[in-house]
Design a protein around this ligand. Structure first.
Ligand code: ADP
Ligand code: MG
Length: 399
């Protein structure tokens, strides 16, 4: 089915075709007609399935230029806000009069104030900075017709719920509201009762599943050998681009420094970096100037980085949902990807939570020829795999 069959106008279909999108993804096919009808919507589909276009295209379709903020899109992180703004610029390239402003913290106010003053139809914002503008009277939401809450699960995780509620109170009651999320924790259901009116629901796939195009495995190792194993894994893998997730900023800095010393080009993304550094890191990774991006998941969730061939979890994510999100960075839009997770004894609990969450056992792998230090983890694994014809978990080469 072509995009034109969904009821989108010519300039939008043309812009999408220019991007090489030949047909709408499942969430787009289902969500676009509902949004065009003006109904409220809850859309859930795993990361990388095209949710941005699912709300942007139909919203652009009905938009009349008018210098008033008519569409407000909330995003959990600066990077996501910037990414969505860029996408909308592309989708609206044949709609000359539509202007978009992106509002987030960590940068100076003046440019944002000028932009808001000059009049924009669409605002893409992170909650904190937008609230500052509302407080200073530099943002006016009284004419908002469509409110979009994007990446809501992440927004909740990051503690933005109170901010989001305050922002919603500044929007007119009479409006269309769209909520998009990769996963559906219970808090979202209660938020949606308050924010949405009689919403339609579109849910694609099991929201807990890891993308099917990704092969993933755990690599048990003792804490002291973690970095060594990482290097070993990387040296045995042909990769174009690797995204490495760490739990802490400290580990992100440590891993990136050491990889740099080995001659890799590395970019780092975490919340202690300045906005300029974060923007540069992402740009370098996207352009291929940096072959490796080391990031904390707070900084990286939902980011669309095309062509990531490998994701490595240097630490097991504490939150099982983050596992799905992290490995969702690879295998986006139906391309193949690999995800490796280093697993230490302290993290076994987290790994079990992940397996429970995704409803699937994750294969344990050991790298042939690597001088492993003893870990009780290995015995547990041998026991688990005993009884199988061959030890599938250990005794196979790494990849
Ligand atoms: P999500 O918000 O669901 O995680 P995004 O909206 O960021 O996903 O989209 C993921 C990627 O898929 C982006 O690079 C986007 O350009 C691409 N994409 C979106 N829709 C289509 C489509 N219909 N055909 C091809 N690629 C698409
Ligand atoms: Mg998204």
């Amino acid at each position: 089915m072509p995009f034109s069959a969904l009821g989108l106008s010519e300039p939008i279909v043309k812009a999408v075709n220019d991007l090489g999108f030949t047909e709408p993804s499942p969430i787009q096919t289902q969500a676009i007609p509902i949004v065009l009808e003006g109904k409220d919507l809850i859309g859930s589909a795993q990361t990388g399935t095209g949710k941005t276009a699912a709300f942007s295209l139909p919203v652009l379709n009905g938009l009349e230029p008018g210098k008033k903020t008519q569409v407000l899109i909330l995003e959990p992180t600066r990077e996501l806000a910037a990414q969505v703004e860029e996408a909308i610029e592309k989708y609206s390239k044949y709609l000359d009069e539509i202007k978009v402003a992106v509002i987030f913290g960590g940068v100076k106010y003046q440019r944002q104030i000028d932009q808001l003053k000059s009049g924009v139809e669409i605002v893409v914002a992170t909650p904190g900075r937008l609230l500052d503008h509302i407080g200073q009277g530099t943002a006016d939401l009284s004419q908002v017709k469509v409110l979009i809450l994007d990446e809501v699960d992440r927004m909740l995780d990051m503690g933005f719920l109170p901010d989001v509620k305050r922002i919603i109170k500044n929007c007119p009651d009479e409006r269309q509201t769209l909520l998009f999320t990769a996963t559906m924790p219970r808090e979202i259901e209660s938020l949606s009762k308050w924010v949405l009116k009689d919403p339609e629901k579109v849910e694609i796939g099991r929201s807990r599943s890891a993308a099917e195009t990704i092969s993933h495995a755990f690599y048990p190792v003792v804490e002291r050998q973690k970095y060594k194993l990482l290097i070993e894994l990387m040296s045995r893998t042909t990769f174009q681009s690797v995204l490495i997730f760490t739990r802490t900023k400290f580990n992100a800095d440590m891993v990136s420094r050491r990889l740099e010393r080995l001659g890799h080009s590395v970019a780092v993304l975490h919340s202690d970096r300045t906005q300029r550094e974060r923007t540069a890191a992402l740009a370098d990774f996207k352009s291929g100037k940096a072959e490796i991006l080391v990031a904390t998941d707070i900084a990286a969730r939902g980011l669309d980085v095309a062509g990531v061939s490998h994701v490595i979890n240097y630490d097991v994510p504490l939150n099982p949902e983050d596992y799905v999100h992290r490995i969702g960075r690879t295998g986006r839009a139906q391309t193949e990807g690999d995800a490796f997770t280093l697993l230490t004894e302290d993290e076994v609990k987290n790994s079990k939570a992940i397996e429970h969450f995704i409803g699937q056992k994750v294969e344990r792998k050991k790298i042939e020829g690597f001088k492993y230090m003893y870990s009780a983890l290995f015995e547990a694994e041998e026991k688990r795999s005993a009884g199988r014809t061959t030890s599938r978990l250990f005794g196979r080469s790494g990849r």
